[in-house]
Write a protein that binds this ligand. Structure first.
Ligand code: ADP
Ligand code: MG
Length: 242
């Protein structure tokens, strides 16, 4: 028997003040797959991600994780029961906790197992010597790695990442993207990564879902979308990649 699709979103919609911000968005992501939700600022990417996370309520639609309804087809599961990891642009580290404390934050169980998992992740993000430091002592790139380790620590089934590199210097960004992608693949979650930067989606995605004014207008492998954009607007959006 094949296992169920890791994340399935079906006809998700949300309006604010009578304006449709997310309209009929459907997507599915398998374990180990990275989907980039790509589109200009204001097109509804973050709202989509927040509904999947469970922090924004959809008006309509269904969300399933590993085949289990978490919204729309049964009881709504709260964010902490969905098995999702979250990572945002500003990293949102807890300033009063050490690096190790931040990474351990979402972990349950006995302390030996937690310590092992924290050590394993700090090694994977190359921050072994940083366990007892506090976030303000770290560079932007180091903070990004702590946020990534923290989000991955509880082994989320779905990783939701909202512009996770846009706070970084240009000069760092490509290296951090590559390292992040390698770790995401190693950990095997289904990843939904929101970005407004076509080059980021081209670099990281197995599949791109191109979003505009609340709707997904095209989806496919990066190469296919780049070479056969659905219309002039999509072509223009990609045209500044070099
Ligand atoms: P993106 O992440 O693609 O930039 P968002 O999902 O953040 O887009 O926002 C899409 C639109 O919905 C924007 O016009 C935004 O102002 C509006 N919006 C988002 N959240 C709210 C809210 N809580 N109340 C009212 N409008 C909102
Ligand atoms: Mg956004």
């Amino acid at each position: 028997m094949t296992s169920p699709t890791r994340l399935t979103v079906d006809a998700l919609s949300r309006a604010f003040g009578g304006r449709q911000v997310v309209a009929d968005v459907s997507l599915s992501i398998e374990a180990g797959e990275v989907m980039c939700l790509l589109g200009p600022s204001g097109c509804g990417k973050s709202t989509t991600l927040r509904m999947i996370a469970g922090v924004e309520r959809p008006d309509q639609g269904q969300i399933r994780i590993d085949g289990v309804p978490v919204f729309g087809a049964g009881p709504t599961l709260p964010p902490e029961a969905r098995g999702v990891g979250l990572m945002f642009q500003d990293f949102a580290l807890f300033p009063h906790l050490t690096v190790a404390g931040n990474v351990a934050f979402g972990l349950k169980g006995d302390s030996a197992a937690k310590t092992r998992r924290v050590g394993e992740l700090l090694e994977k993000v190359n921050l072994c010597g940083f366990a007892q430091k506090h976030p303000h002592e770290l560079s932007g790139g180091e903070q990004q790695r702590v946020a990534l380790a923290r989000a991955l620590a509880p082994r989320p089934r779905v990783m939701l990442m909202d512009e996770p590199f846009s706070g970084l210097d240009n000069r760092l960004r490509d290296g951090v993207r590559d390292a992040t992608l390698a770790l995401l693949k190693e950990e095997g979650a289904a990843v939904l990564l929101v970005t407004h930067e076509p080059d980021e989606a081209m670099r990281m995605a197995d599949e791109i879902a191109l979003m505009r004014a609340g709707e997904i207008v095209q989806r496919g492998a990066p190469y296919n979308i780049y070479n056969a954009p659905v219309d002039r607007a999509a072509a223009a959006f990609f045209s500044d990649i070099n």
